[in-house]
Design a protein around this ligand. Structure first.
Ligand code: NAD
Ligand code: MG
Length: 389
């Protein structure tokens, strides 16, 4: 049995997706072996996870953390540091769960695909920023991406019977559902007074702080449009957003014959995580199962593109392609950080991102070096705009 175990690396182990992945792995010890871990903070928690699963390879972000882990672990493990460490860990497993938040997840995405592994992808920012570079290494040595993001996981399932021809000729469009976040129905005046506490209270999902803020501005959905375009190789003009406050329909695919396929379940990220780990098998846990023994109401409405103006900014970045999505995502990371540090208001987040995009000059994104350069320039630009506000 032990030889059949699929080796899993969980990078970003201490976060929201990380914790829920551990929950899946705890119940599937006959199927998966956790062989590598990484986290950026909460090192004591990382050590506790390593001990629980007997993990032999651990990634941290600083030399100090490395020394601390080696001292406190109580057994000998290989401790690696920084983005090179992440690349090393990404090559050590059959399945790599990229549960890191933000652009920092980029080395994991690229290294996993180059090494021929399965990338179980939660870290949407790396795919959004690096789409042309990801495309170049996808499929190398049998590598594949299976999305953990619930909308994309739903679409992955709804596309199971679709044509395998490039460009999906039998698909009319993808419909990404959005809960609408805590400010659904608020007016332009209302959102001027948004507090950090309000922005951090998501109505249907419990997630890390960055994606929770992104969900409040709907930038999360904007990033997801770009994520879907890259994952399913479709133009953004064939990807629409529909607000669905119950978060039960996780997304839909509309076929050319008029049929729309959807995946339904209660909100529980362990379902898409288990899907991405288990494929082609389905793991028998019934996470998020709908019972239909009481009335279930499903509502759908279009998003308010005036209050949530980052949606149009994201679509525009998708139309421009190249490094535009990388700029968008970088500016957004800087703006969300500034909001979480009480430097700017909630409305300023969209202003900073939109103004940063005004400085973007077309770049086709030919190399990883070019991506790091674009990322740094966009961040510099966003910080300057924040300083001038
Ligand atoms: P989180 O903030 O809860 O956790 C982030 C994890 O990344 C932590 O373990 C942190 O230590 C680690 N990390 C940060 N920087 C790192 C670095 N430089 N090196 C190594 N580790 C680092 O975030 P989350 O909510 O779990 O989200 C993770 C990713 O998954 C994000 O890209 C998010 O958009 C995506 N996602 C999350 C959810 C969700 O339900 N939480 C749903 C869909 C997609
Ligand atoms: Mg999502």
């Amino acid at each position: 049995m032990a030889n059949d175990l699929r080796r899993v690396a969980l990078l970003g182990a201490t976060g929201s997706i990380g914790q829920q992945t551990l929950d899946v792995l705890r119940r599937e010890r006959d199927r998966f072996a956790l062989v590598a871990l990484a986290a950026g903070e909460r090192v004591d928690e990382l050590i506790a996870i390593a001990k629980e699963f007997g993990v032999a390879q651990i990634g941290v972000t600083t030399q100090e953390h490395a020394i601390y882990v080696e001292r406190e672990l109580g057994y000998t493990a290989q401790v690696v540091v920084g983005s090179e460490g992440l690349e090393f860990l990404a090559k050590s497993a059959d399945i790599v769960v990229n549960a890191i938040v933000g652009f920092a997840g980029l080395p994991v995405t690229l290294a996993t695909l180059k090494a021929g592994g399965r990338l179980a992808l939660a870290n949407k920012e790396s795919l959004v920023a690096a789409a042309p570079l990801v495309e170049a290494v996808r499929g190398v040595g049998g590598s594949e991406i299976v999305p953990i993001d619930s909308e994309h996981c739903a679409i992955h399932q709804c596309l199971a019977g679709a044509s395998t021809e490039a460009g999906h000729p039998d698909v009319r469009r993808l419909l990404l559902t959005a809960s609408g976040g805590p400010f659904r129905g608020w007016s332009l005046d209302d959102v001027k007074r948004v507090t950090k506490k309000e922005a951090l209270s998501h109505p249907t999902w419990s997630m890390g702080p960055k994606i929770t803020i992104d969900s409040s501005t709907l930038m999360n959905k904007g990033l997801e449009v770009l994520e879907a375009a890259a994952l399913f190789q479709l133009d953004v003009s064939r990807i629409d957003i529909v607000v669905h406050p119950q978060s039960i329909v996780h997304s839909m695919v509309e076929y050319v014959d008029g049929a729309t396929l959807a995946q339904l379940s209660n909100p529980d990220m362990r379902l898409p995580i288990a899907y991405a780990l288990g494929l082609p098998e389905r793991l028998d846990h019934a996470w998020g199962r709908l019972r239909f023994d009481e009335a279930v109401t499903l509502e759908f409405e279009p998003p308010d593109r005036e209050v949530f103006r980052l949606l149009d900014v994201a679509y525009e970045a998708g139309r421009r392609g190249g490094a535009a999505p990388a700029w968008l995502s970088a500016a957004n990371e800087v703006a969300v950080d500034a909001f979480l540090n009480d430097t700017i208001t909630w409305c300023d987040i969209a202003t900073v991102v939109a103004k940063t995009m005004d400085h973007y000059a077309d770049d086709e994104l030919a190399s990883v070096e070019a991506l790091y350069e674009n990322d740094a320039t966009a961040r510099h630009c966003a910080r300057k705009i924040i300083g001038d506000l």
